[in-house]
Design a protein around this ligand. Structure first.
Ligand code: HEM
Length: 158
């Protein structure tokens, strides 16, 4: 009989543990347990590809910086940017391009060139109505690359 009581207590204990875990599973939206990756919130690879197409189009039309892209391999640049953004936002891609420092070495990119390019990206993100939060997260992932890309920190050094 005491064995039966012990067994019953164990079953009850297990049931309580399971229900406690379930209630943790239904945490409010926005917490780590239910959070979607930035990649998913941006709309996955299709959306990222559309963003990169529009963005590179803006850069190509931007007289402040398009001179630097005169000899660039644009199809490769687009596909590398898609993979880079996909990976940086938590998506299922692997960036296989060169690191940012060696890619941009010798280009003489200034801080204002960098800001112009980021401005073009913001214009694209606004066109696609990417919400403020996702926009800031994406820009926050790219911002730290500035130190590896910019060789002329002062605009006057152009
Ligand atoms: C957050 C800012 C930037 C990111 C994330 C970025 C990213 C990249 C990537 C992924 C590539 C391709 C690398 C490869 O082919 O292996 C690339 C190439 C290139 N980037 Fe950037 N870049 C940035 C800023 C800039 C700026 C400000 C300029 C100049 C104004 C610039 C000029 C170039 C050029 C000309 C190439 C092409 C090189 C070639 O085809 O040989 N980039 N960049």
């Amino acid at each position: 009989m005491s064995y039966r009581i012990a067994a019953l207590a164990m079953v009850l204990g297990l049931a309580l543990t399971v229900s406690a875990c379930n209630s943790m599973g239904s945490a409010p939206a926005g917490t780590a347990a239910t959070e979607k990756s930035l990649y998913d919130r941006l709309g996955g690879k299709t959306a990222i590809t559309a963003v990169v197409d529009d963005f590179v189009g803006r850069v190509a039309a931007d007289n402040r910086i398009n001179g630097k892209f005169a000899n660039a391999n644009i199809p490769r640049l687009k596909s590398m940017l898609v993979d880079q953004i996909c990976q940086a936002s938590g998506g299922p891609c692997t960036y296989t391009g060169r690191d940012m420092k060696s890619t941009h070495a010798g280009m003489g990119v200034s801080s204002s060139d960098f800001d112009a390019l980021v401005g073009d990206l913001v214009a694209t993100l606004n066109k696609f109505k990417v919400p403020e939060r996702e926009k800031n997260e994406l820009l926050g992932a790219l911002g730290p690359m500035k130190g590896d890309i910019v060789e002329k920190p002062m605009a006057s050094m152009r």
